[in-house]
Design a binder for this molecule. Structure first.
Ligand code: AMP
Ligand code: ZN
Length: 114
């Protein structure tokens, strides 16, 4: 656990989160400021600052599992159409420095994303 990391604190239960999935390695919570009718954040339990740091440090099976959870949650929620996003670094739009995959659904998405 990284000190002063918002998502580490949510995973540890120090800050409340609305959990929709949880196992020893991956959690999924509802985004507190949803940008679509469904907006989930799929988060590895172990701290990784971003996707690049995660793939350097995590076993390949965990990298695969993270994206497996994204797709499976989509299926289990009955979502045929959605957007999965990993913002990386400030210029990539990342504001929380603990890797998370956004799963957004329930409205028409636009491209380019801005
Ligand atoms: P990003 O900008 O890609 O780093 O995404 C961070 C996301 O975390 C944003 O969509 C925020 O709305 C969301 N967020 C911030 N604080 C919380 C919180 N306490 N619980 C759930 N989601 C949060
Ligand atoms: Zn963290």
């Amino acid at each position: 656990m990284e000190r002063n990391c918002l998502f580490c604190k949510i995973v540890a239960g120090e800050i409340p989160g609305s959990f929709v999935y949880r196992d020893d390695e991956i959690v999924a919570i509802e985004d507190v400021n949803p940008q679509a009718p469904t907006h989930l954040l799929i988060i590895p339990v172990e701290h990784a600052a971003n996707l690049s740091r995660f793939v350097e440090a995590a076993p390949p099976a965990l990298v695969a599992k993270l994206f497996g959870v994204v797709g499976r949650l989509g299926s289990e929620l009955g979502l045929e159409e959605y957007r999965a996003v990993v913002n990386t670094g400030p210029a990539g739009g990342q504001t929380v420095g603990h890797l998370h995959v956004h799963l957004l659904a329930g409205r028409q998405m636009h491209w380019p994303p801005g």
